[in-house]
Design a protein around this ligand. Structure first.
Ligand SMILES: O=C(O)c1ccccc1NCC(=O)[C@H](O)[C@H](O)COP(=O)(O)O
Length: 199
């Protein structure tokens, strides 16, 4: 999220977490100051996730010190040791567009609190609004599996019914423009999640 009103609306809708993109040069990237201001709006019991990608140590240290996220989300080719080195709970994105990426890749991160199965390939950023082949989702990791990639208010119900992920991560599917969330799409998304959960 990039705008204060989007953070406030997401919190009011009851989301579990909001994400801040700390990957310089990408369309939704935030400065440290912008991220710290958005982070300050996130109340207790809603998690603030800072996304990074093959970040250098100085940048990551600054993100942790100035933004104070609850979780880091690693989107690059970081090893488990690199992810775990920061004493901050973390999620690891798994680049599902690559056919050779599968369960073995996920098992490299036993210390990850969640695995974000995303539709990009190795070395690519996320937030692309495209899905991957859900038949490649393994059964065994579902307790910590966060489904991402091209999910929309129209597709999220099917995703929950078919895959029963632990959580969902959405970006483009609730946007009116990159970095600008749509109030209507956000509400429709959350409603669709609630009705799929109830079913
Ligand atoms: O969203 C970005 O701009 C981004 C940039 C660099 C690394 C990761 C990024 N996003 C990762 C996410 O967790 C997105 O929410 C995820 O890829 C889903 O995006 P979408 O397919 O647009 O719903």
């Amino acid at each position: 999220m990039r705008r204060a009103e989007d953070v406030d609306r997401a919190v009011a809708l009851g989301v579990d977490a909001i994400g801040l993109i700390m990957v310089p040069g990408t369309p939704r990237a935030l400065s440290l100051d912008q991220a710290a201001q958005l982070r300050a709006r996130v109340p207790a019991l809603v998690s603030c996730v800072a996304l990074v990608m093959d970040a250098d140590r100085d940048w990551l240290r600054a993100v942790l010190d100035q933004v104070r996220p609850d979780l880091l989300q690693f989107h690059g080719q970081e090893s488990e040791a690199q992810c775990a080195d920061w004493q901050c709970p973390y999620l690891k994105a798994i680049p599902m567009a690559d056919p050779e990426v599968g369960l073995e890749w996920m098992q490299r991160y036993p210390s990850a609190r969640g695995l974000v199965l995303d539709a990009h390939g190795v070395g690519e950023t996320g937030g692309l609004g495209r899905a991957f082949d859900w038949r490649r989702v393994p059964r065994s990791e579902r307790h910590r599996l966060i489904l991402a990639g091209g999910i929309t208010p129209a597709s999220v119900g099917v995703a929950i019914a078919e895959l029963r992920p632990f959580a969902l991560d959405v970006s483009s599917g609730i946007e009116s423009a990159p970095g600008e969330k749509s109030a209507e799409l956000m509400s429709r998304f959350v409603e669709a999640v609630r009705s799929a959960d109830a079913a």
